[in-house]
Design a protein around this ligand. Structure first.
Ligand code: PXG
Length: 299
């Protein structure tokens, strides 16, 4: 696998970006090389979806952004109302109906030292564009994943609950997945329990019960995870938030991942072993259908 860079992934030049209170052409949307977001990964972000011009669960994303910022003692220089307006303004400026929004708050420009006290004002930027995380056919046929050897961050180091700009823990696992020829890897926590994938929460189904790791197990409080839990409860499907091991993955009948970018994607193979029948399972299929209906209906 070679990670040589090309300009194939340059952003569309017509894109308009919200940056520190103004909507500017992407060519003008620049961040300083002295920004601590870049120098140290010191900042927080959200990845959000819009459907038909409506932002899915924006309140929840903004609440999580505030929690992440609070955890790293970062003061967001905009109120929730101002951020809401800015998100919608950015969508409109780019004529995005069904799309993906990246909202980022960096520590801002500072000295060449770690101290956040020696920085000026945090920067806020918002990108509204499209995202396709996995090939379309994986949503029909399912995807293969591997177990990563990279242990998920210890909750008392950088808590996985913080959606911070430092994603190296996840990126190391993602590289391992790509090297193995698959798109995702499941990460285990410091106790050996299933945590989450590099950019998605994980669910299993066994004997009709849906299983997912607890938040204490070291994973992000996913907005999609929460929505899917609501759908599971609405259908009266038994659900258990519990410690899960690699063995649980190997003996599961079904498995699926959830995330704003990924939505719900079935997993049909782990570490070269088929999960259940090796095809997306019925509960996964039902929840995918329910989720697509939910995102279109919700005001
Ligand atoms: N866990 C992690 C580590 C995430 O980064 C999720 C779970 C799902 O959370 P939501 O709230 O989206 O349901 C995420 C979020 C990518 C990418 O390119 C993925 C995320 C964020 C940014 C980029 O794969 N997923």
């Amino acid at each position: 696998m070679n990670f040589a860079q090309t300009n194939q992934f340059a952003p569309k030049q017509s894109l308009k970006v919200f940056l520190d209170g103004r909507i500017v052409p992407v060519a003008e949307a620049k961040i300083s090389v002295f920004d601590h977001g870049l120098l140290y990964g010191d900042g927080v972000f959200e990845g959000i979806r819009s459907y038909g011009g409506r932002v899915f669960r924006l309140e929840q994303h903004l609440k999580r952004l505030e929690d992440s910022a609070r955890a790293i003692r970062l003061e967001i220089p905009m109120s929730r109302e101002e951020l809401t307006t800015a998100v919608y303004d950015t969508l409109k400026a780019n004529n995005v109906q069904d799309g993906y929004i990246r909202l980022v708050v960096t520590r801002g420009v500072g000295y060449l030292g770690l101290s956040p006290q020696r920085t000026s004002c945090p920067s806020v930027f918002i990108i509204a564009d499209q995202i396709e995380l996995y090939p379309r056919e994986m949503y029909e046929r399912g995807m293969a994943i591997i177990s990563s050897s990279v242990v998920r961050n210890h909750p008392n180091a950088v808590s996985p609950r913080i959606k911070s700009l430092n994603y190296l823990n996840n990126i190391l696992a993602k590289i391992e997945a790509l090297d193995a020829g698959v798109h995702e890897a499941v990460m285990y926590n410091h106790l050996g329990f299933v945590a989450e994938c590099t950019g998605d929460n994980i669910f299993l189904v066994r004997k009709g019960t849906v299983l997912t790791p607890t938040l204490a197990g070291g994973n992000l409080e996913g907005v999609t995870r929460e929505a899917v839990i609501e759908l599971i409860r609405r259908r009266n499907i038994p659900l258990s938030e519990t410690d899960l091991t690699r063995h649980d993955m190997y003996v599961a009948d079904e498995c699926f991942l959830t995330g704003s970018a990924a939505e719900i994607v079935p997993v049909t193979q782990i570490d070269g072993r088929p999960i259940g029948t090796g095809k997306p399972g019925p509960i996964t299929g039902q929840l995918m259908a329910d989720f697509h209906e939910l995102v279109r209906q919700e005001k």
